[in-house]
Design a protein around this ligand. Structure first.
Ligand code: UDP
Ligand code: MG
Length: 323
């Protein structure tokens, strides 16, 4: 039977830690009872350099429930995406399948069972997707939706309305560990892995306690990081703008020459206006061109795996298996 690790990043979550622990232990007990996961399945809390009592509480939980609760303490606050990655990579060697979830239990723990079912049905990645955003403020809802639209526009493939509540099989996490880039944006990276995936749907709730650890500033930086780590399309936009301006320059040239010939202009205006348009366009194109190379270098530097083989069928492999 498969050993499940529930990975929970925590930053200053002393108010919710005990509640999260008991709720998730309840989920584990239930799944073990239903014989869907092995009895040594566990929760892995990742303390992301909290300044409150979060780590002490994690240790306490581990003492009380040594099998079910484990903990990783990061030396400093590195942010949600990094803390989650630390948790996944630590859990990888101790489990067969992982589920990541926030400590505040805004995501519905009841669908973890469904995720496991989808996993047993052959999916390597199962995304938790929220149905509606009733509990979010108007502001958070519109900014978040704008964010998903912008990402799509920039050519980043992400699952709509999916945050970081997801199941990943061991081999999916192993594949993920080959992405050695320093700027992490998991929602963009996970779909690159491939494999068979599925979604489960749930309603997102209010935080059980405490307040959001994602203020506007962190949200904006996540959004910008998402775009700049995944897309070199902004660079192409510059080149595009340059070409557009050059076309305008020709129109401006016609206009300026006509004005010149009909004699309605101040001396020197025609040559000035032509240079401004033409040089402006050329400069943008040149910057865009340089940018294209920087974009290529950027993608090379990431050193992402170029492909991920899911299965091989060959004559010899089949013979081996039939033996
Ligand atoms: N978190 C973290 N490091 C940070 C900020 C947040 O590990 O620097 C964790 C936090 O403890 C929570 C999850 O990331 O488990 C999501 O944060 P939060 O619920 O505050 O975000 P929101 O739901 O408000 O977007
Ligand atoms: Mg939350």
């Amino acid at each position: 039977m498969d050993r499940l690790a529930i990975v929970v990043p925590c930053y200053n979550e002393e108010e919710v830690l005990k509640i999260a622990s008991s709720t998730l232990r309840g989920v584990l007990d239930d799944l073990v009872h239903k014989e869907k996961i092995s009895a040594d399945s566990f929760i892995l809390f990742v303390d992301d350099g909290s300044r409150d009592r979060t780590w002490e509480l994690i240790e306490e939980e581990h003492r009380l429930y040594p099998v079910q609760v484990s903990g990783v303490k990061l030396a400093g606050n590195v942010g949600h995406q990094y803390a989650l990655t630390a948790g996944l990579l630590t859990a990888k060697d101790m489990s067969d399948v992982t589920v990541s979830i926030d400590a505040d239990l805004q995501d519905d723990v009841a669908v973890i069972e469904e995720m496991i079912d989808r996993y047993h049905a052959g999916n390597d990645i199962v995304y938790g997707v929220r149905k509606e955003r009733k509990t979010d403020s108007f502001f958070k809802r519109t900014t978040a939706q704008g964010f998903y639209r912008l990402m799509r526009l920039m050519g980043v493939n992400i699952v709509y309305n999916h945050a970081d509540f997801r199941l990943m099989s061991k081999r999916a996490v192993e594949e993920f560990s080959k992405y050695r880039e320093a700027n992490l944006f998991l929602r963009g990276m996970i779909p690159l892995i491939g494999y068979q995936t599925d979604c489960v749907y749930y309603d997102r709730r209010e935080r059980v306690a405490g307040e959001s650890k994602y203020p506007l500033k962190k949200m904006l930086s996540l959004a910008f990081n998402g775009i700049s780590s995944f897309s070199v399309r902004p660079i192409s936009l510059i080149t595009g703008a340059g070409i557009f301006i050059i076309i305008l320059a020709f129109l401006a040239a016609v206009y300026a020459l006509v004005s010149y010939l009909t004699g309605h202009v101040v001396q020197g205006w025609t040559s000035l206006i032509l240079s401004i348009w033409f040089l402006g366009g050329m400069q943008l194109i040149a910057i865009g061109l340089v940018g294209q190379y920087i974009g290529k270098i950027y993608l090379e530097v990431k050193g992402r795996p170029r492909y991920n083989i899911e299965k091989i069928v060959t004559y010899t492999a089949e013979k081996e298996e039939n033996r």
